[in-house]
Design a protein. Structure first.
Length: 126
């Protein structure tokens, strides 16, 4: 097994005891991303801005791992209000193309730092 930690300054630094991503052979396990701006480390305002920032952050980690969002095979989306799910679908379509990854959407009571949305992903490259 070939295991490597993925880290990039183009996505928010880990704010806990975790890595941005871990590559095991051709599979990359990306930690959850919330709508933090990677430069200011502040949460962007509003659900639409947070959804975009989440996908930009995941994209940056995917790139650092040698892939792209096109290589994502599984995506988990966590929302504090499932009423925002249609907007997630609309915005997600600007970052992903068919065939889309498998996905789960989960309503949660709260997310770190008061975020409205979080997503993690599994990517396969090679």
């Amino acid at each position: 097994m070939n295991k490597r930690i993925i880290q990039t300054t183009d996505a928010p630094a880990a704010i806990g005891t975790y890595s941005q991503a871990v590559r095991v052979d051709d599979t990359v396990y990306m930690s959850g991303q919330i709508g933090l701006d990677p430069v200011s480390m502040q949460l962007v305002e509003g659900i639409e801005a947070q959804i975009h920032q989440v996908f930009r952050n995941l994209s940056a980690v995917a790139t650092a791992a040698g892939g792209s969002l096109a290589d994502v095979v599984k995506l988990n989306v966590f929302l504090t209000d499932l009423g925002h799910f249609p907007r997630v679908n609309e915005i997600m379509a600007t970052y992903f193309t068919e065939p889309y990854p498998a996905r789960a959407a989960v309503g949660v009571a709260a997310l770190p730092r008061g975020a409205l949305v979080e997503a993690d992903a599994v990517m396969v490259t090679g």
